[in-house]
Design a protein around this ligand. Structure first.
Ligand code: ZN
Length: 404
């Protein structure tokens, strides 16, 4: 949905309630003796009924053939164009670890690396040191003080960390210090624009102290930084769609991405089941027009390569669906942010099964089982994921007509 102005012009401030239920990495492939995809194979009587009553299709998260990360894929589901309005890697890193990013902060992704006596990189990942070994080094870097700004260093995982700078008038247009190859030194800090010269100066002061702090360590005796970024200043849900929106998610990254688009993040426990997440929706049903509900384990089990376990998660969601349906949403969208076929143990570019159920407005198609092959024959056809929000808005009778 590239045309924000059109949404702003047409969105009404009343209409039906929308639930966007995202099973992370939902799409899949047949695998070994399984001739069906995971979703086709899973026993999902509720989703199948919704498919029979509603309309399904296949959505392309970013573009055909492109395998997305979960961050950009969710922005597409929320109606944004993640290529035109990219969210920098540093911001995604900060959101991914649940760092309390403030507006205007500059964040970057860091890698510990190994350098030789001449300062040349011999290993860009410092032997992939464990999180446990990295933590005391992260602590050292976190304690560095630079006049004029606050700095924060947090462990992400293994050799990866996040660096955030906080202060007045910072500018994230800073070039990577990662030369991308071994045999070279980490690159000096460089401003990408004139406006970021001051930020680059402050960062240089930090880098100098940080290099000193790691001297004598091994194998993590240096570091490289990339993906410097600031809040992408995306238009917010209330302004763009006139929706009061809430997020129900367990993992920090999804809460963070939801915050970027102006959703309220509702309280959940770290081990919440789909049923418990749906109960959170029920508890706030009267407070919001739009609920984004995120289910993570479909993606995790896909990445484990565990076909049966991924199917079991889908079945668990299906069993809990009556809790959501009992709230009588006007529009229920069930989809994924991307495919994660157990066969590939990874995200993939395959289009994602997507179902719209809106009893007052949808035209039922001829499919009666939620899944990839049925989606190929469904009434929604194949479409870019960022068209989903305008569709959901239309089915909730929240869009005025365009022109007289
Ligand atoms: Zn994902």
């Amino acid at each position: 949905m590239a045309n924000f102005d059109l949404m702003r012009e047409l969105a009404r401030d009343e209409g039906g309630k929308i639930v966007l239920l995202v099973l992370d990495g939902l799409g899949g492939l047949p695998m070994g003796d399984y001739t069906q995809t995971t979703l086709e194979y899973a026993n999902t009587p509720n989703m199948d009924r919704l498919a029979a009553e509603g309309t399904q299709g296949l959505s392309h998260p970013i573009a055909r053939g492109i395998t997305p990360g979960s961050g950009p894929a969710h922005l597409a589901l929320f109606g944004y164009d993640p290529i035109a309005r990219p969210v920098g890697r540093g911001i995604l890193s900060a959101l991914g670890i649940g760092f309390d990013l403030h507006y205007g902060d500059v964040a970057a992704r860091g890698n510990f690396c190994t350098v030789d006596e001449n300062g040349l990189i011999t290993d860009r990942r410092a032997g992939r040191i464990s999180t446990e070994l990295a933590l005391p080094l992260v602590e050292k870097l976190n304690n560095i003080q630079v006049d004029g700004i606050q700095t924060f260093v947090r462990s992400e995982k293994e050799y990866r960390f996040m660096l955030a700078l906080r202060g007045e008038g910072l500018d994230g247009a800073i070039e990577d210090t990662d030369p991308q190859i071994t045999g070279e030194s980490p690159l000096p800090v460089k401003a990408a624009t004139q406006g970021s010269e001051r930020t680059a100066d402050l960062l240089r002061a930090w880098v100098e102290k940080a290099q000193l702090a790691l001297r004598g360590e091994y194998p993590a005796n240096s570091f490289i930084l990339r993906g410097f970024a600031q809040d992408p200043k995306l238009p917010k849900f209330d302004e763009l769609y006139k929706l009061k929106a809430a997020c129900v998610a367990v993992y920090p990254m999804y809460k963070g991405v939801s915050k970027l688009v102006g959703m309220d993040v509702l309280e959940t426990g770290g081990d919440f089941t789909p049923e418990q997440e749906f109960q959170v929706v029920a508890g706030h049903w009267n407070d919001y027009d739009f609920f984004f509900v995120h289910i993570k384990p479909t993606d995790s089990r896909g990445e484990d390569g565990n076909f049966e376990a991924k199917a079991a998660v889908i079945e668990q969601v299906d069993r809990a669906l009556p809790t959501l349906l009992g709230l009588n949403p006007d529009v229920l969208v069930i989809t994924g942010d991307h495919s994660t076929p157990a066969r590939l143990r990874n995200h993939s570019w395959h289009p994602v099964p997507t179902l719209i159920w809106a009893p007052a407005t949808h035209l039922p198609d001829l499919t009666d089982h939620f899944g990839e092959r049925q989606g190929q024959r469904g009434g929604l056809g194949q479409f870019p994921a960022n068209e989903l929000m305008p569709l959901a808005m239309a089915h909730a009778l929240r869009l005025e007509k365009y022109g007289a």
